[in-house]
Design a protein around this ligand. Structure first.
Ligand SMILES: [Zn+2]
Length: 307
């Protein structure tokens, strides 16, 4: 993309896969993660030294940050970190709340973004894969938490990442297609997106989803970038594409409304809260601003907010 961000660069955290089996996980500094939330204060990830860590259900090796080893720690207490008010204090926060703050902090924010995303994704995989998919018996974490092994049938199970494509479609006047999904909060608009199906290329998924959701044929499908999106286990693969026609036909079920928007229309609509767009720090926002040619305006204070 023309507006590069630090997540396009090599990671500053060495995942050090060769150390996963060797490291004493209880002796590492920990990112605390549970139920899709991480421990943070003032938009920054909090790392706890071993002496201040809560009792843990699970530790997963995240890698080496400089000379320190880091783990993702899932506290045994489901209420850990939820009893603070969050103003200046440490509290468990969802990734969507933290994205904009990460984005504003450049390379350091990208490091937090990667660690938080990894911790959320891998802990959710553990939570949702307690049993062997072959024989149904319980599995247990091994290899620093990057494998779950079934001791009954011997099968190793690996973390999943499910690709989903997201596409910025423009019409012959270079207006951008924005859609509102039926299950979204009111006024929220974004690009068309969907999971890649088995046997499909990413590009074929782009063609299929745009046809299914808006009955538009697209050309010039071009890769833009990607972003891990652990809700629960996706990586968003971003494209742009063009369409020669503007006769949108939404299915009315998954997509309730879709329209092409010109650059001069979008600023005022965002400012006035008529449309609510993807948050800063998301790949969808990056795609919007790449098309727009710079940062989009912020909604006016006191206007409607996304819920
Ligand atoms: Zn098994």
């Amino acid at each position: 993309m023309r507006n590069p961000w630090p997540l396009d660069l090599p990671s500053t955290v060495d995942r050090a896969a060769e150390r996963r089996d060797a490291v004493d996980l209880a002796a590492c500094d920990a990112i605390v993660v549970r139920d899709g939330r991480v421990l943070a204060a003032e938009g920054r990830l909090i790392e706890l030294a071993p002496a201040s860590q809560p009792p843990a259900d699970l530790r997963v090796y995240l890698g080496r940050d400089g000379t320190r080893d880091l783990v993702a720690l899932v506290p045994s207490d489901p209420a850990f970190g939820t009893d603070h008010d969050g103003i200046g204090g440490e509290t468990m926060r969802g990734l969507r709340d933290l994205l904009a703050g990460f984005w504003d902090r450049g390379a350091e924010g990208a490091r937090d973004h990667e660690l938080a995303t990894t911790a959320i994704a891998i802990s959710q995989w553990h939570a949702s894969h307690p049993r062997c998919s072959l024989c149904g018996e319980p599995t247990a974490p091994t290899l620093g938490g990057w494998v779950r092994r079934c001791d009954t049938c011997g099968r190793d199970h690996y973390p999943r990442t499910d690709p989903a494509m997201i596409v910025a479609v423009t019409d012959p006047d270079d207006r951008l297609l924005l859609a509102h999904a039926a299950h979204w909060s009111p006024r929220r608009f974004s690009h068309l997106a969907g999971f890649v199906e088995p046997g499909e290329t990413f590009e074929q998924a782009v063609h299929r989803e745009v046809w299914e959701e808006a009955r538009l044929e697209v050309t010039d499908v071009e890769y833009l970038g990607s972003q891990p999106w652990p809700f629960p286990a996706s990586v968003m693969v971003a494209f742009r594409a063009r369409t020669a026609t503007t006769a949108i036909e939404v299915d009315g079920l998954e997509i309730a409304e879709a329209r092409f928007v010109a650059r001069e229309e979008i600023g005022p609509q965002v400012r006035d809260g008529i449309i609510v767009l993807a948050p800063k720090g998301s790949v969808a926002r990056r795609m919007l601003e790449e098309w727009y040619g710079g940062p989009l305006p912020e909604p006016r204070a006191g206007g409607p907010v996304d819920v």
